[in-house]
Design a protein around this ligand. Structure first.
Ligand SMILES: [Cu+2]
Length: 138
C-alpha cells in the first residue's frame, strides 16, 4: 500500500503539500511563542519628537523606534490634527536599523499634532498606538 503511494505522482504531490502545511503550522506556533517570551519586544520604545514634547522648530521627520524589528512596507506613520485630519503619512525604514520607522512631516504650523502608527513587527504582530506633541509658537 505504501509502495503503491510512492509510485503515484499525485500522492507524492499531496504528501509535499502536507509537509508544507506542517511547516506552516510550526511557523505559527513559533510566532505565538515569540509573543509570550518577549512580551514587550515590538512596542514603541523611543520617538522623535517624543510623546507630549513641545518643540520650538517643526520637525521635518517623525522617527519611531520599536522594541523589535518591523516591516516598513506593511507599516504606517500618520501625522494628524487633534480632530483626526491626516496631514501626512509615511513608512520609510532606516537602513541597518530594522527597529526604526520614519515619515517625512509636512510643514507644521504651531499647534498640537497626533502621531499615529500601525506597524507589522517581524514576528507577525500588528502594533498600534498614538501620541501627541506640540509645535510651540515662536
Ligand atoms: Cu509580537
Amino acid at each position: 500500500m505504501i509502495n503503491a503511494d510512492k509510485t503515484s505522482p499525485m500522492r507524492a504531490r499531496l504528501r509535499a503539500n502536507l509537509n508544507f502545511a506542517v511547516i506552516g503550522a510550526f511557523v505559527i506556533v513559533l510566532s505565538v511563542c515569540g509573543a509570550t517570551t518577549a512580551l514587550a519586544h515590538s512596542f514603541l520604545v523611543d520617538a522623535t519628537p517624543s510623546s507630549k514634547e513641545h518643540v520650538a522648530t517643526p520637525p521635518k521627520t517623525i522617527k519611531l523606534k520599536f522594541g523589535g524589528g518591523i516591516e516598513p512596507p506593511y507599516s504606517k506613520i500618520s501625522i494628524e490634527t487633534p480632530d483626526g485630519k491626516v496631514l501626512g503619512e509615511g513608512n520609510v525604514g532606516v537602513p541597518g536599523k530594522p527597529r526604526e520607522l520614519t515619515a517625512n512631516a509636512p510643514d507644521l504650523a504651531p499647534g498640537k499634532y497626533i502621531v499615529r502608527y500601525r506597524v507589522l513587527s517581524s514576528d507577525g504582530h500588528i502594533v498600534e498606538g498614538n501620541y501627541e506633541f506640540t509645535v510651540d509658537a515662536k
